[in-house]
Design a protein around this ligand. Structure first.
Ligand SMILES: Nc1nc2c(ncn2[C@@H]2O[C@H](COP(=O)(O)OP(=O)(O)OP(=O)(O)O)[C@@H](O)[C@H]2O)c(=O)[nH]1
Ligand SMILES: [Mg+2]
Length: 195
């Protein structure tokens, strides 16, 4: 039987000054704006409105702490980066918030890198991977919006990312629309956070 889990939004943070990082294990979610991060959180939670979704990219400007019940670890939704129309000052604010989180997050076990399965690896994705590597943070790759592509494209994209990440493990194919990959992702999150 599949375990029941729920997500409880515990804190929403807009500035480094507001940031109090819990001691419990944490897994952060990162990805380009519009990649489907909020939809993935809602899909994991089995709730439509937990994380706000909009058709306007760059909606999530805050850092959101979701407590996983009953295990007690956290999923931390990092603000989407690289929104084209976002001003330089906004980008600096983004970097400031993320950096201060990563500096304080002693319990951080991994970052889930959300990658759009429809697109070839983007410059910003590669920058994220390089950044996490540099900080020696384990990466779990998840290919979003997999309902939009066929099986052949899925396999090709997985292989592409395996090569880029130099890991034997394939990225998880995920769709918030169909629930594809939901249980596989929960199992990986549990094992990274608790294992
Ligand atoms: N077909 C399909 N569309 C999706 C999926 N996930 C997200 N979308 C759509 O992609 C758009 C962006 O989704 P969000 O979940 O808001 O993306 P986000 O990464 O949180 O975006 P920001 O917070 O704005 O940076 C929305 O129009 C979603 O409906 C998916 O699995 N399949
Ligand atoms: Mg969002």
């Amino acid at each position: 039987m599949q375990p029941t889990r729920s997500l409880v939004l515990e804190a929403t943070i807009f500035t480094p000054a507001q940031l109090a990082v819990p001691e419990a294990p944490q897994i952060a979610l990162a990805g380009r704006s519009n990649v489907g991060k909020s939809s993935l959180v809602n899909c994991l939670a089995g709730r439509k409105q937990l994380a706000k979704i909009s058709s306007t990219p760059g909606k999530t400007r805050s850092l959101n702490f979701y407590r996983v019940e009953p295990s007690g670890y956290y999923l931390v939704d990092l603000p989407g980066y690289g929104y084209a129309r976002c001003a330089q000052t906004e980008r600096q604010k983004w970097a400031g918030l993320i950096n201060s989180y990563l500096d304080k997050a002693a319990g951080l076990r991994a970052v889930v890198a959300l990658l759009d399965s429809r697109l070839a690896p983007q410059r910003l994705d590669l920058e994220l991977v390089a950044y996490l590597r540099q900080r020696a943070i384990p990466i779990l790759a998840v290919l979003t919006k997999a309902d939009k592509i066929n099986q052949r494209e899925r396999s090709r994209r997985q292989a592409e990312w395996r090569d880029l990440l130099r890991t034997p493990e394939s990225p998880i194919l995920f769709s918030s629309q169909t629930g594809l990959g939901r249980e596989a992702l929960w199992a990986r999150l549990d094992s990274l956070a608790l294992g």
